[in-house]
Design a protein around this ligand. Structure first.
Ligand SMILES: Nc1nc2c(ncn2[C@@H]2O[C@H](COP(=O)(O)OP(=O)(O)OP(=O)(O)O)[C@@H](O)[C@H]2O)c(=O)[nH]1
Ligand SMILES: [Mg+2]
Length: 338
């Protein structure tokens, strides 16, 4: 992509802690906007490993971004998320799009999927021609996955990506609102995913916009696809969830998934669904939530003697958590800036 087309970068390098000088940031952002992959990776590492540096970066990249298509891929472990993602990346690149992938893995910095795995294994991120891949390891991101993913998608938009694919762990374990980073969600199931009743019960279908029945080379694929199609016969808010059979390992069905995503995007545009999730007010709300979560997770309650006392009463059962939360909010906001 852009000036540096080949090879890997130092995405895994620890970022310089805290105050990267403003001039240095300006220069990095300028190089990144000019298509420099190394600068992009550096900025990603910076916001990931130092949430305190994030506002300084976001200040420089938030406005003037192009809007990228952002697609999430979710599904049970081993369903073929990485393989399908890799197919979609290649298909997008062939269409001349600048494509990017964020692979979120809660346990290891390397996501599965032979092709993708090999690409990523080389470094924290990888880029070749119009393809950019980055793995986001939860262990590395101090602000947590939600925060890192949000910043990374915004950076990729500033970089000029047309399509951003985000692989997450199984739906329900995502741990954050996927809608804030992806307007379309592909749920990948396999014939072994169990009967439809089971799938419906698990609630994982709630968020899906497109369903792929992957490993359709295996027995039971037709059956599960037919039942799911029947289940989705009635449109939800005017969108009928397509059920597509794929064999990701053979690159079969990739085009159908791409088309379904195009249709979903058109549907969102028509119905105002895009603006609902993509606007500065929604981002402000999320930024506040992220900030507050980090504040709490960072031990704000236990560090403050009065708040800690209230928390202790919850633990001992003498105060309910809801009254306690109200009290602690009062105490903390009078004293601190989250
Ligand atoms: N038979 C068959 N195997 C497939 C298909 N798609 C992917 N696989 C294989 O399934 C395995 C898992 O694929 P991945 O793409 O790594 O799946 P994943 O969902 O990303 O896995 P995790 O990230 O570990 O949860 C790999 O060995 C793939 O080659 C398919 O359509 N048919
Ligand atoms: Mg994977």
């Amino acid at each position: 992509m852009g000036a540096e087309k080949k090879g890997t970068d130092g995405g895994g390098r620890p970022a310089k802690p805290m105050n990267t000088p403003a001039k240095e940031l300006d220069a990095l952002v300028e190089r990144m906007r000019g298509g420099n992959v190394r600068a992009l990776s550096r900025l990603m590492t910076l916001v990931e490993s130092d949430p305190k540096a994030a506002p300084a970066v976001m200040k420089r990249v938030y406005s003037g971004r192009a809007n990228a298509r952002r697609v999430g891929l979710s599904g049970p472990p081993g369903a073929g998320k990485s393989t399908l993602l890799s197919n979609l990346l290649d298909a997008g690149a062939k269409e001349g799009k600048r494509v990017a992938a964020l692979c979120i893995d809660p346990t290891s910095p390397i996501s599965g999927g032979a092709l993708l795995g090999d690409r990523i294994r080389m470094a924290g991120s990888f880029s070749l021609d119009n393809v950019f891949i980055r793995s986001v390891a939860s262990g590395k991101s101090l602000g947590g996955l939600a925060e890192a993913t949000k910043y990374h998608t915004l950076l990729l938009e500033a970089f000029g990506a047309d399509l951003i694919l985000i692989e997450t762990v199984g739906i329900g374990q995502v741990g954050y609102d996927i809608r804030s980073v992806a307007e379309s969600l592909v749920l990948i199931l396999v014939p072994e995913s169990g009967d439809t009743v089971q799938i419906l019960k698990s609630g994982i279908l709630e968020l899906a916009d497109v369903v792929a029945v992957n490993k359709s080379d295996r027995e039971g694929a037709d059956e599960i696809a037919a039942t799911l199609s029947f289940t989705f016969e009635t449109p939800r808010d005017g969108w009928r969830i397509p059920v597509i059979k794929t064999v990701a390992s053979e690159n079969e069905g990739t085009g159908d998934v791409m088309r379904a995503l195009d249709e979903h995007y058109a549907y969102l545009k028509e119905t105002g669904g895009l603006e609902r999730y993509r606007n500065p007010e929604a981002d402000l709300r999320e930024a506040l939530e992220l900030r507050f979560r980090r504040f709490i997770d960072g031990g704000a309650v236990s560090r403050d003697a009065d708040s800690a006392q209230v928390a202790a009463r919850v633990k001992s059962g003498s105060l309910d958590p809801f009254s306690a939360a109200a009290d602690i909010m009062d105490i903390l906001f009078k004293r601190n800036k989250p």
